[in-house]
Design a protein around this ligand. Structure first.
Ligand code: SF4
Ligand code: SF4
Length: 91
């Protein structure tokens, strides 16, 4: 019984620490600049849906950068935008 409790406690602590490390790593990875060409954006939301880090959202039917700190520069938004309205630069 005791080893099981110790293992459960370890798992809880491990999960807590892993999440913190991921958060720090995520911030450290925010090394990108995103340029939006609003005149080209038709508001299809493809980029918002495909962004794995919830960096983008919509404002007045145009894409908007909600949280640049979360961006990992994966380039999905730039590659998938059918109107070439997003440019991502890795810094
Ligand atoms: S994918 Fe392109 S056109 Fe569609 S919302 Fe995003 S930036 Fe705008
Ligand atoms: S580069 Fe990747 S993480 Fe950054 S906004 Fe585009 S899809 Fe999201």
């Amino acid at each position: 019984m005791q080893p099981l409790l110790t293992l459960q406690k370890f798992k809880k602590e491990y999960n807590k620490k892993s999440i913190s490390i991921l958060k720090i790593w995520g911030c450290a990875m925010a090394k990108s600049e995103i340029k939006i060409h609003k005149e080209r954006c038709k508001g299809c939301e493809i980029c918002v849906v495909l962004c794995p880090a919830q960096v983008l959202d919509m404002q007045d039917f145009k894409v908007h950068i909600a949280d640049i700190e979360k961006c990992t520069a994966c380039m999905q938004c730039e590659l998938r935008c059918p109107d070439f309205a997003i440019e991502v630069t890795r810094l």
